[in-house]
Design a protein around this ligand. Structure first.
Ligand SMILES: [Mg+2]
Length: 247
């Protein structure tokens, strides 16, 4: 923590990895020991750690997994018990299973972690019925719909990346102005809503692109290069774009 003045708080898939430029970003971060990295991902811990190592990204100041349901503190990846306790208070996976078990067009698929139930849902009508059923049963949770996969993920109500980041920055004693956020998809929406400066990478969601505040740069670069482009501007270094135009 000593010497860290800035925080890069970033999504992993589609933002840090998957669109090239990972090496450039990793080496930039290696040279900037005043920038600490917080990772916020839908992945599980083991999964996220493997990717961070694979691409040689800096060890996390903190890692928020399952869209912010769990927080782990670097460097030894201690779980944040107080945070998990908050999530657990109204997380009722067995009630969710019971509420949805007899529904037509709805099938349980998997439980990828303690905090996530996945259901296959046949069509929009069934999806509406599921949501109505959850409200009717007064089950507190968040639902995330993947239209391509026809999959509905159900996670704790408080599993939000922006909420986890706020908690992390408070514990790190960092101000919002010291933090730069990066994302690509709808589940990064609450990270990018304007509390922090940040970047939406070029491959990011069109829906977000139109909706986000002006404090969020729409980078012309995809993935890690987009993050690097935005971060350099944030840190007042010449942007990739200016360099390219310069020669
Ligand atoms: Mg993503």
């Amino acid at each position: 923590m000593a010497g860290i003045k800035w925080v890069l708080a970033s999504d992993i898939d589609g933002t840090l990895v998957g669109h090239g430029g990972e090496n450039e970003l990793a080496s930039f971060l290696k040279g900037r020991l005043d920038v600490g990295v917080v990772y916020l991902t839908g992945r599980t811990r083991a999964n996220a750690e493997a990717l961070i190592r694979q691409y040689d990204f800096p060890a996390p100041l903190a890692l928020a997994t399952d869209i912010g349901a769990d927080v782990f503190w670097g460097p030894d990846m201690q779980i944040d018990d107080a945070w998990a306790f908050q999530q657990r208070r109204d997380w009722a996976p067995r009630r969710i299973m019971r509420a949805l078990e007899d529904m037509e067009g709805v099938s349980f698929q998997s439980r990828s972690s303690h905090w996530r139930l996945a259901f296959g849902v046949r069509d929009c009508a069934a999806l509406t019925e599921v949501k109505t059923r959850l409200v009717h049963e007064q089950i507190a949770c968040r639902t995330l719909w993947d239209d391509d996969a026809r999959r509905l993920d159900i996670v704790p109500r408080g599993a939000l990346k922006g909420r986890a980041l706020k908690h992390i920055l408070t514990r790190l004693n960092m101000r919002a102005q010291q933090c730069f956020v990066a994302g690509d998809a709808e589940n990064d929406g609450d990270l990018l809503e304007g509390r922090y400066r940040g970047v939406l990478v070029a491959n990011g969601s069109i829906f977000l692109r139109e909706r986000l505040p002006a404090t969020i740069l729409r980078s012309p670069f995809e993935g890690a290069l987009g993050v690097l482009d935005g971060l350099r501007q944030f840190l007042d270094e010449p942007s990739l774009l200016e360099r390219e135009y310069a020669g």
